[in-house]
Design a protein around this ligand. Sequence first.
Ligand SMILES: Nc1nc2c(c(=O)[nH]1)N[C@H]1C(S)=C(S)[C@@H](COP(=O)(O)O)O[C@H]1N2
Ligand SMILES: [Mo]
Length: 541
Amino acid sequence: MINNLGFKGTSRYQEALSGMVGAALALAFGELVASATNKTTSLVLAVGEFIVDITPGDVVRTSIETLGNSQKIVLLSSITILSILFGGFLGLLSQRYSDLSYTLFILFGVFGGWTLNRDPLTSTTAALSLSAMATLIGLSAFVFLNNVLDQPASTNFEDPKHRYADRRQFLSWATGISVAAGTMTGAGRFLLKDDTVQSIREKIVLPTIEEKTSLENSASTSTDLSSSVTTTLPDETDFLTFSEMNEIKGISPYITPNKDFYRIDTALRVPTIEPAEWSLTLDGLVENPYELSYEEILEMDLTKKDVTLTCVSNEIGGPLVGNAVWTGIPLSDIISRSKPLSRAQQLMCHSVDGFTAGFPIENIFDGRTALLAVGMNGRPLPVIHGFPARLVVAGLYGYVSAVKWIKRIELCTWDGNDGYWIPRGWSKKAPIKISSRIDVPRERKINSGINAIAGVAWAPLSGVKTVEVSFDSGPWEECNLGVSLSGESWTQWAYKWDAVPGRHEIKVRAIDNNGVVQSSSIASPAPNGAEGYHQISVRVV
Ligand SMILES: Nc1nc2c(c(=O)[nH]1)N[C@H]1C(S)=C(S)[C@@H](COP(=O)(O)O)O[C@H]1N2
Ligand SMILES: [Mo]
């Protein structure tokens, strides 16, 4: 506003501030309602989901597939900051074109509501009411602060003291509303309903399952291996026991503890599902569509299998792989009961969060482990790993099979039915490639003399037959292997190396039980998994 002496009565930053505070309040209200009710996603998250969805797969394929927690935080903070900056722009605009700026503010709210309505976990009613209320509250604060700004502080414009008084009043309102916004966001975090599901989960006791072999005892000594076993102990003597292998400092334990298991998903908000309100639907090209409740699943014939799960985005030597004991129902049982039509080719699996993945129906009848899993390492699935139920299919990358928070299995054809990642540039079929990783030594500087070189290797479904290491591009030398309970899980390996001073390059490769040697060509993760040998360089002193 221009006063009669030609001075601006307010500074630019104050003008911007009114819009920023309005936007912040609207977002904060969204956070509060989302956390307190668990019936809707927050506005910031909904916009984040929209951005993740529209980002072209071939541009940032890998970074989105492996959208890590830190990237999620960066995304959500950027949205928050940009929205508040946009509010600032509207604030500046409002000084000249107030109607236009208020209209844009409302349109911004409509956009938020629209993204919210796309979110599979939010009902249309919830999306509409939350966005309408957030917009109204934000806009009211915006208009109100503008009015405070516009109030002539005094008729005596020459007295600077009065202008300060005016500004002080505005600032205290702006601060007050910002504090309210902060409190709302904080209170929302405090109220988060996730705890309910977490405590329900903690009370669940999975039915005990018949132990199958004697391997169990040797296995359970050093890690929490409450596993069942699919094969017998190999009789070759160069196999080391679990405890011997796990004694090597720094090697990945044979069973990855739940807390260390890698996590990959597109979920900006982890779905929290109460088992009593959940069911799994089987439908599509079937004669007998039906539903299963959590309770019914626990009463069925549960089995335990150890299966290595890995992400297609895992780089050579990367951390996105783990081996766990999964408790669940064979998918073959569940699918047979639905009586698939002969036209059915693919199992399209849907998560409550909208994620989908599809894989060949043959894979559940070809003898491999393919489970509707409810347990991980003897405990109900952790919430981030898919509670109450997920799929685990041996030998297939996670993005085509391992759907977490599953709610529906739809039988369909290959044509015209693609899982989430397929249009984003990843292959439709994705068997896990033979791979090996060096875990030890973790340090890049080691002492000369006897050192352990050790790690893990996996080659589903046939299993790892041999692991070899090569020093400074010299001949391949055979390593000792740890016991692997089946071809579906990884194998620990170790090599006793008499290190001589100097710089050395060490690389590793695996050979599977069919004699297939791990590929030496270099391939990046997209479109169907990385290839190449993991190599480290150490300095021996
Ligand atoms: N609902 C849902 N399930 C999902 C995904 C996802 O984004 N959403 N990602 C898949 C991918 S790409 C992988 S590698 C595995 C990872 O499972 P984890 O997080 O339990 O290790 O989950 C799969 N299941
Ligand atoms: Mo993945």
